[in-house]
Design a protein around this ligand. Sequence first.
Ligand code: SF4
Length: 328
Amino acid sequence: MKQFQYVRPTEASSAISALLKDPEAKFVAGGTNLLDLMKRGVEAPERLVDINRLPLRDITKSSQGFSIGALTLNSTLAENKEIRKDLPLLSQALLAGASAQLRNMATVGGNLLQRTRCPYFYDTSMPCNKRMPGSGCGALNGFNRMHAIFGASEHCIAVNPSDMNVALTALDATIHLSGPRGKRNIPIQDFHRLPGDQPERDTVIGKNELITGISVPTSALKHVHYLKIRDRSSYAFALVSVAAALDIRGNTIRKASLAMGGVAHKPWRLAEVENFLAGKQISANVFQEAGTLAMRGARAYEHNEFKLKLGPLSIGHALSIASGLVKA
Ligand code: SF4
């Protein structure tokens, strides 16, 4: 691995200054993704700015919802009593991700910036537009079983690998950033990007910006379920996942919020399906129709055609569990 400088600032402003001094510098917190990328030669920063000493670990609750520091560990957030009570969808998604050891190191900010797990991205002997713009996409005509069925481009068909991001999308979270030009807030739906002709950019974060935290509003959608379909029951990325949240009165769905993971370069919000579900009676047929509707515009590649069938089934099952129609 290439040698690098290492600094440990204690304030956000000094962390941003440390990054500004070196265009090849990177922030590091849990390091659960970045260190792997460095070992494989995908990333080779000149300087690591360790942000673990910044005071960004608080979880606070107000009448509007939760404010969560960017350095909060995935395990801490998942096990927090208030989060489990008020935002069980977030807790479920976090616990579905990675392994207990990784959740004990990984932070909320790092999870938001987690890079794709496309194998061609990690293999420096293969073409990959995300790792090396203009080199081509190895997955397009290669082994693309884990890849996107929505929003892909001819330049990249990778998916966002995070479970947390899918739940945060269904929960309408906001990302808080701080940078040389001040602070700004971005709804999570606008934070992750589709690949277009710039697949090297996963998010809209500026080069020298730091994620300081997220806010998640209190949700009236109390009937929730996070469903993750994967090759093995632990420590595997989603083939397809669904974050489902419903507001139900009697047998009627008043409001729905739905997002999918494992299907696009960003968490995939299903606004059309949400509109379809509003006002409907809970039934297996309605949930089946919702799944079918969700697949409009989906496009499969050679090895991931199964997602066109798995997607609607997963949506129907997640809605059935969230609504109480079937048991988990
Ligand atoms: Fe690279 Fe994206 Fe193609 Fe994977 S899908 S090889 S990440 S460009």
